[in-house]
Design a protein around this ligand. Structure first.
Ligand SMILES: [Ca+2]
Ligand SMILES: [Ca+2]
Length: 384
């Protein structure tokens, strides 16, 4: 209530991994069960403290092969702490006992490359809890208890950052990645075919020199995903997919068994897509806030554009997701301008509140209070 510091712990990091300039080694949001807290760090792994700051357990997750660091946050489902790590190689999804940190299950995700989206819990009627992960090329729903994949929808874009949003029987999955806007797709030949012409020394893999195409080799970290020094079949398959997929916000019907790609996609929208901010569902409308300060309101049922416009007074980059509470939408720019918006098909800006500092974190609303974390401060706002 007062913001007074209760405790502070420092964890020595066993290694220092790369991360994107917009990220930090502590970008994941901690999660709490009301008594204990669970935090995930790029260079460390998972650690849990009780409310007095006593360490309960820790779990080293090893080096993570993601050149941009991690953006995903741990999630609690009953007694299970869910942690998904999508990297260029060695991606995995963990279900941990929240009280001991012991592994309940581990699911390898070899077909997934770098990802930053946070898992989302989904409770089907008359069935046990599931957890959805939006990753490169697929949305997969897993059983919380066992980690078994239950159903999935393919053809998402690569390197997803936003968290999916659930409303009713629908999940809205947004993905934008460089080079994958509608119209930029390319047909890339299969690996055996490319080997025929490029694999000069016939060892079944390709060096930079053998590929001899600057367009492919200039971002070598995005090609040689497992850091072997060569492009092998998996690296090539991922490159093929990257050139195949389309950035979009997808409305997907929840539930099913197996591959639901052809059955469950209700609509797709391809334009003015945000990179990092998650969409917001509020009273029948899906809101997207994009870099540059462009807000798009879509009819959540049909995907039709209701209104698109600039958040005048709060232009610039957007990392924080839009949030809604008590009949208002709050959109926070990287420069720290908080736009307060009247929701609806004819949304309009009511106020712009400057925080006078950069903001990447999404504001949190709890019991009539608004918590906003800027780069240097944590603020709490409330009606007195
Ligand atoms: Ca070769
Ligand atoms: Ca490789």
């Amino acid at each position: 209530k007062s913001g007074k510091e209760q405790w502070r712990k420092t964890i020595p990091r066993p290694r220092t991994a790369d991360h994107h300039k917009s990220s930090t080694p502590a970008s994941s949001s901690p999660v709490t069960d009301g008594e204990n807290v669970y935090a995930l760090f790029n260079d460390f792994g998972v650690i849990s403290y009780d409310s007095a700051g006593n360490e309960r357990w820790r779990l080293d997750l090893g080096p993570i092969n993601n050149p941009f660091g991690i953006g995903t946050s741990p999630v609690l489902a009953g007694n299970t702490l869910l942690v998904n790590i999508d990297a260029e190689s060695g991606s995995f999804f963990l279900g941990l006992d929240k009280d001991t940190g012991k592994r309940k299950w581990r699911r390898e995700r070899p077909d997934f490359t770098r990802g930053f989206s946070t898992p989302v819990i989904y409770k089907p009627a008359n069935e046990p809890q599931q957890v959805l992960i939006a990753g490169s090329y697929s949305l997969v729903s897993y059983a919380v208890e066992t980690g078994e994949p239950i159903w999935w929808v393919n053809s998402l874009t690569w390197q997803l950052k936003p968290t999916p949003v659930i409303h009713g029987d629908t999940v809205y999955v947004l993905g934008w990645a460089g080079g994958s806007d509608e119209g930029a797709q390319e047909n890339v030949p299969d690996f055996p075919e490319i080997l025929k012409t490029r694999d000069t020394n016939k060892d079944g893999k390709l060096t930079k020199e053998e590929i001899a195409d600057d367009r492919l080799t200039k971002d070598w970290t995005a090609m040689d995903l497992d850091r072997s020094g060569f492009v092998e079949a998996r690296d090539w398959k991922m490159y093929q997919r990257r050139k195949e997929v389309v950035n979009a916000v997808n409305a997907i019907r929840l539930g099913g068994r197996g591959d639901m790609t052809d059955k469950s996609v209700k609509w797709r929208y391809y334009k003015s897509l945000p990179n990092v901010p998650s969409p917001l569902y509020y009273e029948g409308v899906l809101y997207l806030t994009k870099e540059g300060g462009i807000m798009t309101a879509l009819d959540a049922v049909s995907g039709k554009v209701l209104k698109q416009g600039r958040l005048t007074g709060a232009l610039g980059d957007y990392y924080a997701s839009p949030v809604a509470a008590d009949g208002r939408i709050y959109a926070t720019s990287h420069e720290g301008k908080v736009a307060v918006i009247k929701p609806g098909a004819e949304w309009e800006i009511l106020a712009i509140n400057p925080m006078n500092e950069a903001v990447n974190a999404t504001p949190a609303f709890v019991d009539g209070r608004i918590f906003i974390r800027t780069h240097g401060h944590l603020y709490c706002f409330a009606n007195q």
